[in-house]
Design a protein around this ligand. Structure first.
Ligand SMILES: NC(=O)c1ccc[n+]([C@@H]2O[C@H](COP(=O)([O-])OP(=O)(O)OC[C@H]3O[C@@H](n4cnc5c(N)ncnc54)[C@H](OP(=O)(O)O)[C@@H]3O)[C@@H](O)[C@H]2O)c1
Length: 300
């Protein structure tokens, strides 16, 4: 099969199309003929050796954490899907490929495009996890940095649905998107603390940093300390005494719930760019640039 591989760490140009053996499903796994593979910040950071303390992957390495597509083979004891079903899931083998394995997946309901379904596994897991860690409750005020991003837009919607007031930061161009999600939008950058105080004169109860853009000091100022601040992207967190949330809890039931909500239009996500598999390097440039305008999705 064809897949995007890299055999050394470096810039986006290390990614290239290659012929590699098809993965064979093991116990509990299904093999998916990939229709959509999402590109995540993690893929970019691994390729560029930007994950502190992480040893390089085994080469040749196929990136990609999430896929949607049609099941073409079942491993022993694989439940929850039959050959021919369309599913979306966390990829056990690299997702930037014609075929990939998954063991935590959900059915894609008819009418939901695989390119939309694939925006969910990583972003919805992270958003759900961090809201749980922050224990955001009804009538509380949550500040989301990076509210126009893939994780941020889901965190905003899930917190609004839970009855919280949400303030979301984004670029000027994406203010309307954040407002449409049910949040009060403001821009990031100088003067942020004053703008947030104007929107929330009673203060903010919790802060989610889904940007990794150096917003933790302002967050501490707004909270009056480090309590109830979590980042998923800023390695400066430990020096500031702020938790960096990174341990994914991959749960098929939780994934199925958000997939159904997306299919029923109770949640929305944004696909910023759809690119052919061969343009993985371009996809990494977009995600690595920090303003992809939504999920970047590769289509084999
Ligand atoms: N730890 C974990 O478990 C975990 C899980 C998933 C993702 N992540 C990480 O979390 C981060 C977000 O992921 P994502 O998929 O949501 O990425 P994304 O879609 O690229 O979103 C990043 C957002 O950051 C915003 N941004 C850029 N500069 C900013 C600034 N100076 N201040 C505030 N916001 C700024 C961008 O807004 P504009 O486009 O409007 O400028 C963009 O919406 C990535 O670093 C990713 O690797 C971590």
């Amino acid at each position: 099969m064809q897949a995007i591989v890299f055999t050394e760490l470096g810039g986006p140009q290390v990614l290239h199309l290659a012929e590699v053996p098809a993965p064979e499903p093991g116990p509990g796994q299904v093999r998916v003929r990939v229709e959509a593979a999402a590109v995540n910040g993690w893929d970019v950071k691994v390729r560029a050796a930007q994950v502190p303390g992480m040893s390089p992957p085994r080469f040749p390495s196929v990136p990609g954490l999430e896929v949607a597509g049609v099941v073409d083979a079942l491993g022993p004891d694989a439940n929850g899907a039959a050959v021919g079903d369309r599913v979306v899931g966390f990829a056990d083998t690299g997702g930037y490929a014609e075929l990939a394995l998954t063991s935590v997946f959900a059915t894609v309901p008819p009418g939901l495009a695989p390119t939309d379904a694939v925006t969910l596994p990583v972003a919805a897991e992270a958003a759900t996890r961090v809201l749980r860690e922050l224990d955001v409750r009804r009538d509380e005020t949550l500040l989301v940095h990076g509210a126009s991003g893939s994780v941020g837009e889901l965190a905003v919607q899930l917190a609004v649905r839970a009855g919280a007031r949400v303030i979301g930061t984004a670029s000027r161009a994406r203010q309307d998107r954040v407002t449409a999600l049910g949040a009060s939008a403001t821009t990031y950058g100088p003067g942020l603390v004053d703008r947030v105080r104007e929107l929330a004169p009673g203060g903010v109860d919790a802060v989610l940093d889904a940007s990794g853009a150096g917003v933790l000091p302002d967050s501490v100022t707004l909270r009056g300390g480090t309590d109830r601040i979590v980042t998923i992207a800023d390695p400066a967190a430990s020096g500031l005494g702020i938790p960096f949330s990174s341990t994914a809890r991959r749960d098929a039931g939780e994934l199925a719930r958000v997939v159904r909500a997306l299919a029923r239009h109770e949640l929305t996500t944004t696909v910023g760019h759809l690119l052919p598999l061969a343009e993985a390097a371009r996809a990494h440039e977009l995600v690595g640039g920090g303003h992809p305008g939504g999920k970047v999705v590769l289509v084999p």
